[in-house]
Design a protein around this ligand. Structure first.
Ligand SMILES: NC(=O)C1=CN([C@@H]2O[C@H](COP(=O)(O)OP(=O)(O)OC[C@H]3O[C@@H](n4cnc5c(N)ncnc54)[C@H](O)[C@@H]3O)[C@@H](O)[C@H]2O)C=CC1
Ligand SMILES: CC(=O)C(=O)O
Ligand SMILES: [Mg+2]
Length: 372
């Protein structure tokens, strides 16, 4: 198979879908790899590193789309990229379709087979292609929140760890999964007073067993949530219902109960965000204010640490890229129910029921897609 990888064009996105090491393994499996010129530069991989392992360098994204049977990239395809997809082509990337009707409609129209990293599953009920970026975004969240809290950025002017004689910042993390756990660990490490809220008692039990003494856990009832929001200097949004739009847990009215200048870091923004007042921002212009509360809502946080993120994402995606190249998407998805869960759009149909439900559009199951 000819596997292609293009340069990311989303604002300030420096990750790349295939490292030279990944390209080398794909080639070793008997395939051809074509990389857009400059695709790896933002992550520290010049074109020569790809040439050295036998990959072809193409001058433009269009050339890669024309040559490749499968496109591997990082972020959801932008409108110009969607226009280059063709029927029968495979796209393997983050898609986050539930909050993104325009992209979903374009992918339906394209006739391509679109497999989303974020809905691929594993045997432990985890999301193995989301987890590495959730680890990165979780670790970044308190860092970005601490910056947002600084007075010059409009924040409350509170230092995460406090100083002797002055209380530390209070941080509430909503959702104790991969993002939330990493965020809580880092915020606690910075000296903040941290509480993690989740709907899963089993998850809270696990967190309590492992992290007792570092941060507290609290069941995410409406009453507990309201109380924590009102007393927090920083609130980190880290909930997920796989494939679906994030539930809006914090309404605009609740902002009025918060401390003026408090910071919200809505990591769940790529699924639409869990604060009613959130909208996606970019690394170039990351924060905005609503009713005196600062919002940081960057939808591609890991792009800020592109080299770490590219390597971490590549480690997780490579076995799936090789399986898709070796077997073709249909057989690879037949053989592996976890990869099959990644099928989001095929041959003009939504193939991930939570996406259809979120957008009010018809959807078929991934199993049915295999028969089309
Ligand atoms: N902005 C960015 O750059 C990035 C965003 N993300 C996003 O962060 C979000 C979280 O991802 P992960 O931590 O990997 O997911 P996860 O599945 O590991 O954790 C989500 C947690 O939310 C909990 N939850 C669900 N409903 C809840 C509610 N009503 N109240 C409290 N907790 C609730 C679940 O029980 C689960 O523990 C996702 O939307 C993901 O796409 C991930 C990486 C980068
Ligand atoms: C998961 C995601 O949206 C990202 O890594 O950008
Ligand atoms: Mg996005």
């Amino acid at each position: 198979m000819k596997v292609g990888c293009i340069r990311e064009i989303k604002a300030q996105e420096f990750r790349v879908g295939l490292t030279p090491g990944a390209a080398q393994e794909v080639i070793a499996n008997g395939h051809d790899v074509v990389i857009e010129a400059g695709a790896g530069v933002g992550s520290g991989y010049p074109d020569d590193d790809y040439r050295a392992v036998g990959a072809q360098i193409a001058p433009t994204a269009q050339a890669v789309f024309d040559l490749a049977e499968m496109i591997v990239k990082v972020k959801e395809p932008q409108p110009a990229e969607r226009a280059m997809l063709r029927p029968g082509q495979v796209l393997f990337a983050y898609l986050h379709l539930a909050p993104d009707r325009a992209q979903t409609e374009d992918l339906i129209k394209s006739g391509a087979t679109c497999i989303a990293f974020e809905t691929v599953t594993d045997a432990n009920r985890g999301l193995p292609l989301l987890a590495p970026m959730s680890e990165v975004a979780g670790k970044l969240a308190p860092q970005m929140g601490a910056w947002t809290l600084q007075k010059a950025n409009g924040g409350r002017g509170v230092l995460m760890g406090g100083v002797p004689g002055v209380s530390p910042a209070r941080v509430a993390v909503i959702g104790g999964g991969v993002v939330g756990t990493n965020a809580a660990r880092v915020a606690a490490g910075m000296g903040a007073d941290v509480v993690v809220l989740d709907r899963s008692v089993a998850r809270l039990r696990y967190l309590d067993e492992v992290y007792a003494g570092q941060f507290r856990t609290l069941y995410s009832s409406s009453a507990n949530l309201a109380e924590q929001i009102a007393s927090a200097d920083m609130v980190i949004g880290a909930v997920l219902i796989p494939g679906a739009a994030a539930p809006k847990l914090v309404t605009r009215a609740m902002l009025a109960t918060m401390k003026p200048g408090a910071a919200i870091v809505d990591v769940a923004i790529d699924q639409g965000g869990c604060f009613e007042t959130s909208h996606a921002t970019t690394h170039q212009d990351p924060i905005f204010e609503v009713d005196g509360i600062l919002h940081y809502c960057v939808a591609n946080m890991p792009g800020a640490v592109a080299r770490t993120s590219t390597q971490a994402l590549g480690n997780a995606t490579l076995p799936f890229v090789v399986a898709l190249a070796n077997k073709g998407w249909r057989q690879a998805c037949r053989d592996d129910a976890h990869l099959r869960a990644g099928l989001n759009v095929h041959a003009g149909q939504i193939t991930c029921p939570p996406v259809g439900e979120a957008l009010g559009l018809p959807a078929i199951t991934p199993e049915a897609a295999l028969e089309l």
